[in-house]
Ligand binder design. Structure first.
Ligand code: ADP
Length: 414
């Protein structure tokens, strides 16, 4: 008997046979964790239509548009994290096609189907993998660009630092030099004029030099995470009073007022490094004096927040533009303004080396706190003022048990 020739069923028909089971199986697997099942089914129907079209025409390029749509919809974040979602999905679809084919079709039909669709799946994997790779490469290149920009910024800030540091140091050195020359003349002339005034001038210059160098050392300690804190129990109120006392003379000279409003939490005993917290707030207060015109007002207030004490320092000064608000806590935030570098510690708008606020931030962050500023903007005429917010964590225990005992003592005395 002559062997009966099996008529080859067109691939479209074989695919039509597995279609409902395939859609359901793939849908079930991919829908896990997805909320919108309807949208997914629509996509699978679209995929299957194109699969049929590609198989019938033996041209897998029919799949391109859909595959790219899918690849694009998986976010860049997924790819950054190394989640190759779409390649995974296509791999699973291929495995499920093999499974469904072996369950629903005759051996011959299954072979016929797999011979037609596996090259399409492989092609699809290629398209998607290439896209995902390209996206990653783009991402990596943009990251590298960012790093390069950062390095260039550091480089610029380094050379700017050298010019500002030289300028800052030069002013007190010139001052000391001048007084020394005057003293020399007086001594040489042998006039018995008292030298006290000149010595005071020299001391002022030396103090200024020391404070600039100290700031530079502090910044380098903060940058290298070497700032060690000496925790002691204090009440914020006391620190603020000391600072007010320190500034009294300057504030008076500038005819400004400095008020401390009593606030909840200001009397609470907490552990901080008092010298460092004072330094952080002192820098803010010095700025408030410096950037507020004569006759202005500076107010210190605060409140408690869960786990934190917030201290606010508001002034009626020239204010800070939104762009500057973002950079003033960076070191040398004001480097662009060499014109301001007149080295006046409290003089109106007397610029400094631009280290004060970044030291304050470093100190507060080392305590687990933070600092930020609010200001309507910069306007020397209207003087909208600035408000600095300082958050200090409430620590009621010292890292050292001996200190904890002392703290208990103080609590009892309250
Ligand atoms: P500087 O040594 O320049 O004062 P800071 O780090 O202390 O450096 O401050 C950075 C910059 O922030 C200042 O140069 C000034 O432009 C701005 N700034 C700080 N505090 C105030 C304020 N209270 N009002 C207006 N501008 C301020």
């Amino acid at each position: 008997m002559p062997k009966k020739k099996t008529a080859t069923i067109p691939i479209q028909k074989i695919l039509a046979k597995i279609r409902p089971v395939w859609i359901e199986r793939v849908g079930d697997e991919l829908a896990q964790g997805l909320e919108v099942r309807a949208g997914l089914e629509e996509q699978l129907e679209r995929f299957f239509d194109l699969l049929v079209q590609s198989a019938a025409s033996q041209d897998p390029a029919w799949m391109d548009a859909l595959l790219l749509d899918w690849a694009k919809s998986s976010t860049e974040t997924d790819l950054e994290e190394g989640l190759y979602q779409v390649t995974y999905i296509i791999n699973r679809m291929m495995a499920l096609t093999i499974q469904v084919a072996s369950e629903t079709l005759t051996k011959q039909q299954a072979l016929h189907l797999l011979a037609a669709v596996i090259p399409i799946y492989t092609y699809g994997l290629g398209v998607v993998a290439r896209y995902e790779m390209e996206t990653r490469v783009t991402h990596i290149s943009s990251e590298m660009e960012k790093v390069q920009e950062q390095m260039e910024r550091v480089d610029r800030s380094k050379s700017a630092f050298i010019s500002v540091a030289a300028h800052e140091l030069k002013t007190p050195i010139t001052l000391i030099d001048g007084y020394a020359a005057m003293m020399e003349d007086l001594i040489r002339e042998g006039r018995g004029v008292p030298l006290d005034g000149l010595l005071t001038g020299m001391q002022t210059g030396i103090r200024r030099l020391r404070s600039i160098v100290d700031d530079m050392l502090d910044i380098s300690m903060i940058d290298n995470h070497l700032l060690s804190l000496n925790f002691q129990p204090i009440q914020i109120e006391k620190l603020l009073d000391v600072l007010k006392g320190e500034l009294e003379e300057t504030v008076g000279r500038r005819r400004q007022t400095l008020e401390i409003h009593p606030f909840e939490g200001s009397k609470q005993w907490i552990y901080v490094d008092p010298a460092r917290i004072m330094q952080a707030i002192r820098n803010i207060l010095n700025n408030a004096v410096k950037y507020t015109p004569d006759g202005g007002r500076i107010v210190i207030d605060g409140r408690t927040l869960p786990g934190l004490i917030e201290v606010t320092i508001s002034d009626t000064g020239i204010g800070i533009s939104p762009e500057d608000q973002a950079v003033i806590f960076e070191k040398f935030g004001q480097l662009g303004r060499l014109d301001l570098h007149s080295s006046g510690k409290t003089k109106f708008k007397g610029g400094g080396p631009g280290l004060g606020l970044s030291i304050s931030r470093g100190i507060l962050e080392a305590h687990g706190g933070s600092i930020w500023v609010e200001s309507e903007g910069y306007d020397e005429q209207k003087c909208p003022g600035s408000t600095f917010h300082v958050l200090i964590p409430i620590r009621t225990e010292s890292p050292e048990s001996r200190m904890a005992k002392l703290f208990e003592e103080l609590e009892r005395k309250e």
